[in-house]
Write a protein that binds this ligand. Structure first.
Ligand code: SAH
Length: 206
């Protein structure tokens, strides 16, 4: 059965995604532009899909959930570590709008190049794609109102916490074993307030 955007939106709402701008972003960003030709027929399905180089494009629900947890909103400066295909970045760009900014760091050069090209093709020129190790963040554009880490690791890299703005949130899957807890850290002065929000499986941060 070929899924349509409306079905995906209905499914995300049922799963508890409630913020309008996030649902609108999923509706308007053409996920098909971010997947290889043979996956286009699955583009509106709510699951991760292979994008080559052993990596996957995130599941729409997972990105939506991370954006809700990080309270990403209009005008914010956002960093995503593990940019992959650029799909999550496109959703973020839609939510933050023209007054915000989006920076993604991707370690695999071919994926970074492809993400840059896809984002330009769909008209999202405002996303900056940086090739490199995202554990170090991207200090030149810090501090960030939100940092989304799209790959799991045992610990939150301290450099990322340093690049968080006052009141900003970092959302990252932190792995104890194979399963990771989706973890949110909110910066309150010198304190980092940490909460966990369920188990998810991600590819590892290398
Ligand atoms: N959000 C992406 C999917 C991310 S999959 C999308 O919507 O398509 C996780 C990505 O993290 C992979 O592309 C992987 O290459 C990248 N990655 C893994 N370790 C990394 C690191 N240390 N720095 C930056 N990117 C990393």
């Amino acid at each position: 059965m070929k899924m349509e955007p409306a079905q995906l939106i209905a499914e995300l709402s049922e799963m508890g995604i409630s913020r309008g701008p996030i649902l609108d972003a999923v509706r308007y960003v053409p996920r098909s532009a971010f997947v290889p030709k043979e996956q286009i027929k699955h583009a509106w399905e709510n699951r991760p899909l292979p994008i080559g180089s052993g990596q996957t494009i995130s599941q729409p629900y997972t990105v939506a959930r991370m954006l809700e947890l990080a309270s990403v909103s209009s005008g914010e400066r956002v960093l995503e570590v593990g940019g992959g295909s650029g799909y999550a970045a496109a959703l973020i760009a839609y939510v933050v709008g023209d007054l915000g900014s989006v920076t993604i760091v991707e370690i695999l050069p071919d994926l970074a190049a492809r993400a840059r090209e896809t984002l330009r093709r769909i008209g999202l020129k405002s996303v900056m794609v940086v090739e490199g190790d995202g554990r170090k963040g991207h200090p030149p554009r810090s501090p960030y109102d939100a940092i989304i880490v799209s790959a799991q690791a045992r610990q939150i890299p301290p450099e990322l916490l340093e690049q968080l703005a006052e009141g900003g949130s970092l959302v990252m899957p932190v792995a104890e074993n194979d399963v990771a807890s989706l973890t949110r850290v909110v910066r309150r002065g010198e304190r980092f307030v940490t909460t966990r929000h369920g188990a998810y499986a991600f590819v590892p941060l290398v």
